[in-house]
Ligand binder design. Structure first.
Ligand code: ADP
Ligand code: ASP
Ligand code: MG
Length: 478
């Protein structure tokens, strides 16, 4: 069997849903399990509705929900059978009424907990999975909508829940395996699950990729396919670097680093489940289903020999890249960028020759459940970057009890990735030469064989990505 996950822009409207049905219909012999995101923009509309309700703006919340409703009613056009169209409209209305009720609760309370926010955001995938299953059913395909909350059992860290392998495996065997074995196509919403107590949870924005890889790993899929709006993983975000090239093959490690450091095409947690079971992940373009996409596997093929995006053209929201063969082997495969970071710098002369200082600092970050991305130390100071600012103020207060602590917001990590990157000499020199007009605040080199990361200000990040792309990925063959 294979898992086919379709992102928001792939299921944005009736036209796209028909394309998705064609793609699935032509792959039935591979016994697909389908995971769909919410229709493009719907999760953000639900988020806006929740924010309005929490701020006691009931009219704003209603407006956002009405838009969600309208989008789904318009998309009904893709369902060929009028009877199932009518029953689907009823299912939509039931979910929308539940959402309106939840929103009026938030409005009365004037607050939204992560748990209630999850109940609202989950609406998008609950709706889209009904819709996608009906579109497939209307084509005569044996699709069966399964509520992902019955299958994906998660922890209770609402807003960023993680699926739990043991109970989810049991649900997969009980609820999904029998469908697959009798030739049916299970259709689930990504991004959503429920705790062991049955409370609705979400995996965080972009989390449908993780749903797909997690289910694929537990079901022993032959391949996990991520269908999106670009031709595959590229040498940089094509929206930022139009000349970005398509990478035909990347390793699990490279893909994980790129995703973690901002390549939005994959949720950062997608690779882990696939790596554990050694299942290939393929990133494919819904608007160009014949293009081979990017294959992500254990082993790495050196950079170069890939396809060139040439000019990535915007086609109604989807980027359809015109590809040509690239012959540029080099140490760097791709460049990613993660924005909105804070640098925390802790300085103390007590650190001089002392032991336990770093442990003390990390213990504070750990207690506040704040992940650290990059660390750079000198004898008397240490700088760290964090992407979750929620606990920064408290962390800083605690650090100030024994050291001088300061924070700087508005930072970004620009990250160059490639297997064996550090086995080649002169990479850092070339990177600094390319960025000579940009103030590089921190650098991390050598922690991983495949990653060289630089911290710059958010305002310099786009320029830094373009300059590095030009220096390492647009030159003549080495
Ligand atoms: P989906 O809705 O299908 O999940 P996303 O918007 O989450 O799609 O991810 C696809 C987007 O990721 C692309 O449109 C592209 O702008 C962005 N992106 C960022 N970095 C990369 C990269 N290195 N390769 C390909 N796409 C990238
Ligand atoms: N619908 C969710 C989002 O927009 C999850 C996803 O698409 O992966 O973030
Ligand atoms: Mg995504």
């Amino acid at each position: 069997m294979i898992v086919m996950k379709f992102g928001g822009s792939s299921v944005a409207d009736a036209e796209r849903l028909r394309i998705v049905a064609d793609i699935i219909g032509s792959r039935v012999d591979r016994r697909p399990l389908v995971v769909v995101s919410a229709l493009a923009g719907v999760t953000s509309l639900l988020d806006e509705a929740a924010r309005c309700a929490r701020g006691r703006d009931g009219a704003g919340a209603s407006r956002a929900i009405e838009q969600v409703g309208k989008r789904h009613v318009l998309a009904l056009e893709a369902v060929e059978d009028p009877a199932s169209r009518a029953s689907l409209a009823g299912k939509f209305e039931a979910i929308l009424s539940e959402l309106r009720l939840l929103l009026s609760g938030l409005e009365i309370l004037g607050e939204a907990t992560p748990r209630s926010l999850d109940a609202i955001l989950a609406g998008g995938e609950r709706l889209s999975s009904h819709l996608a299953a009906a579109v497939l059913g209307g084509r005569g395909l044996p699709a069966r909508r399964v509520d992902a909350r019955q299958v994906l059992v998660t922890d209770d860290r609402h807003g960023a829940s993680r699926p739990l392998p043991v109970p989810t495996a049991e649900r997969c065997e009980r609820l999904l395996r029998p469908l697959l074995e009798c030739g049916q196509i299970p259709v689930l919403g990504g991004f959503i699950g429920a705790t062991e107590e049955g409370t609705t949870s979400t995996l965080g924005r972009g989390g449908s990729d993780l749903s797909a890889s997690f289910l694929g790993a537990l079901l022993g899929a032959e391949e996990i396919q991520i269908w999106t709006d670009v031709d595959g993983m590229m040498t940089a975000d094509p929206r930022l670097v139009p000349s970005a090239r398509i990478l035909p093959q990347v390793s699990f490690d490279e893909a994980a680093e790129l995703a973690y450091f901002g390549a939005k095409v994959l949720h950062p947690a997608t690779i882990h489940p696939a790596l554990d079971r050694d299942i290939p992940v393929r990133v494919l373009n819904t608007l160009r289903p014949a293009s081979p996409g990017t294959l992500i596997t254990r082993k790495s093929v050196p950079a170069g020999g890939g396809l060139t995006g040439g000019s990535a053209v915007q086609a109604g929201g989807l980027v359809a890249s015109r590809s040509r063969l690239d012959e540029t082997p080099g140490p760097v495969k791709a460049i990613a960028c993660k924005r909105g970071l804070t640098i925390v710098t802790v300085a103390s002369t007590r650190m001089l020759m002392a032991h336990g200082f770093l442990a003390h600092i990390f213990e504070i970050f750990d207690r506040h459940e704040t992940a650290v991305d990059l660390v750079s130390t000198s004898e008397v100071s240490v700088s760290l970057t964090v992407d979750d600012p929620r606990a920064i103020k408290k962390i800083r207060e605690e650090l100030s009890a024994f050291a001088h602590a300061r924070t700087e917001d508005g930072m970004a990590i620009v990250c160059m990735v490639g297997e064996g990157l550090l086995r080649r000499s002169g990479i850092a020199a070339r990177a600094f030469e390319a960025l000579k007009e940009i103030n590089v605040r921190m650098i991390s080199l050598g922690a991983s064989e495949i990653n060289l990361s630089l911290v710059v200000t958010d305002t310099d990040a786009d320029k830094a990505v373009r300059l590095l792309h030009r220096a390492f990925l647009e030159g003549a063959p080495e």
